[in-house]
Design a protein around this ligand. Structure first.
Ligand code: CA
Length: 513
């Protein structure tokens, strides 16, 4: 039968116009990686988001660590891109996880402290699922969903498969909650979470790209290594950080008031033994630091080994070529700097998080970016990479142009930070702004300020806030801080009314006891 359409004049005209458009357009002029992805025949990338808990960038050899060799993370950096200025917006576990999933700061996502995430709100996982991804989260979740009396509060949403540690979870023989069902596992959490993550990929449907959040518990306090790695570090003598004996001269009261000091606040439970009775003063402090580092680094070494195993699996299955692999942590950590362990403060060691991303063919191997990126950018980035649209109410920005080696002219040159919780370590609430060179911190409950000139004082030892030579810089930074606060819609929503901590509790809620 004759096809009447083929000879229809309008159809012919349409064909001619298309041909003309093809001839006048460059055959291949992608505006972004995502555009190129959509234009090409290549399927959408799988996304593996590997996040550890409390792993400082300065405990990764790719970031120049003098403490440890992490060959598998280094390999990821060698094959992808390393960000040297990746920062979190609120340096603590639960809030940071909520920022990542929502693409919004704590004051808008509702999780300023250890309170559950309202998972009925829009989430990255839901958007990717709607975009056709098979989604999963395995390991540490720490956003709720574990209290048997209120299992719906903070329960993972937008995931085809989830298998999470309740609360902080255990290092050995952990209980896990698989799609709502509790199940006890035998072994070491870092190995188990890796096994389950590999199983997720093995068992996935073949007709969809996948998005996996592969979340380690390690190296969170109290740093319990497995036997193999414990032995590796049992006689290890770590180098002492340059700021180990910081006495906080000229600083606000916040550092002194906090209870996260190496010499005062590491417990026998943290150290897993009583300190030798004959030690005191500087010798005792050094002994505690040494014990702390031995266990912390042994936990990290196990993470590195397991990530090597996971990367080998991606290679073996041929998945590596079209899979984005990200390695990051929920924040940084103090490894003895300023006499601290833990995080929370806006100082560099805790504000900075590792961020390494590999995407073969799209990212130049071994590249390094100094652009400021934030954990609020991760959700928009993954949506962009998946070819999905980025919701207007997300506060971050896709880093895909940076991955292509093209820094947009209007890329941010400053970032806003806010910490709310006095919490376990009595760290005074504060907020502040960091630029490429300066950092201004306001401890709002103390009404005290700190200013650091990072170019001259990378280690943040000299508070220049009252130095007249910096008065103009202080004024400019205060303006920038106000501008960011307003732009990000921080209206002090949680200044005086913090929600109750409820992500670790197993008790019945009030009225049901
Ligand atoms: Ca953490």
């Amino acid at each position: 039968m004759k096809n009447i359409h083929s000879s229809h004049p309008r159809c012919w005209l349409f064909g001619f116009t298309s041909l003309l458009l093809f001839l006048v357009s460059p055959p291949f002029a992608p505006t972004s990686i995502a555009q190129a992805q959509r234009n090409s025949a290549q399927p959408r990338p799988n996304i593996v988001y590997i996040m550890t808990d409390d792993h400082a960038a300065h405990a990764i050899s790719a970031y120049g660590s003098k403490l440890i060799k992490t060959p598998h993370l280094d390999r990821l950096a060698k094959e992808g891109m390393k960000f040297e200025n990746a920062f979190v917006t609120n340096s603590i576990c639960t809030p940071s996880r909520a920022v990542m999933l929502t693409g919004k700061y704590s004051h808008l996502n509702g999780v300023p402290v250890f309170n559950h995430l309202d998972t009925t709100q829009p989430l990255l996982s839901k958007y990717l699922q709607q975009a056709g991804y098979y989604t999963g989260v395995i390991g540490k979740w720490h956003l709720g969903g574990q209290n048997p009396y209120t299992p719906e509060l903070g329960k993972p949403a937008g995931f085809n498969y989830w298998n999470i540690l309740p609360g902080q979870g255990a290092y050995f023989d952990p209980m896990m909650i698989e799609m709502g069902q509790r199940k006890k596992f035998t072994g070491y959490a870092t190995d188990i979470i890796t096994d389950l993550s590999i199983d997720f990929i093995k068992n996935r449907p073949q007709d969809k790209p996948f998005f996996l959040m592969y979340h380690h518990k390690a190296p969170h306090r109290n740093w319990q290594p497995d036997e193999k790695h414990r032995r590796q570090y049992e006689n290890y003598e770590p180098p002492i950080p340059a700021t180990f004996d910081d006495e906080y001269k000229g600083k606000s009261d916040a550092s002194r008031q906090s209870t996260m000091h190496i010499d005062q606040d590491l417990t026998d439970n943290d150290l897993k033994m009583k300190p030798p009775a004959n030690l005191s003063g500087a010798a005792l402090k050094k002994w505690k630091f040494t014990r702390y580092m031995q266990d912390y680094l042994a936990c990290v070494q196990s993470v590195d080994d397991n990530i090597g195993r996971f990367l080998d699996y991606l290679d073996k299955t041929g998945l590596a070529a079209n899979t984005i692999v990200v390695y990051t942590s929920d924040q940084g950590f103090f490894l003895g700097e300023h006499n601290f362990f833990d995080k929370r403060f806006m100082y560099e060691e805790s504000l900075r998080t590792p961020f390494i991303i590999r995407w073969p063919k799209q990212i130049k191997a071994g590249s390094v970016s100094k652009s400021i990126i934030l954990n609020v950018d991760f959700a928009p980035t993954f949506l962009d990479a998946a070819g999905a649209s980025i919701p207007a109410d997300m506060q971050g920005r896709s880093i895909l142009p940076l991955l292509a080696g093209k820094r947009p002219k209007d890329w941010r040159t400053s970032m806003y930070y806010r910490y709310y919780h006095p919490g376990h370590h009595n760290v005074a609430a504060h907020y502040g702004v960091r630029t490429d060179r300066y950092k201004l911190i306001y401890f709002n409950k103390l009404d005290q300020w700190e200013l650091y000139d990072l170019q001259k004082d990378r280690l943040e030892m000299h508070n220049e806030y009252s130095n007249p030579a910096y008065s103009k810089i202080v004024a400019n930074l205060k303006n920038e801080l106000s501008r960011l606060k307003k732009e990000l819609k921080d209206e002090d929503q949680f200044q005086d009314n913090l929600p109750a901590d409820d992500v670790d509790g197993m008790a019945p809620p009030p009225g049901r006891r």
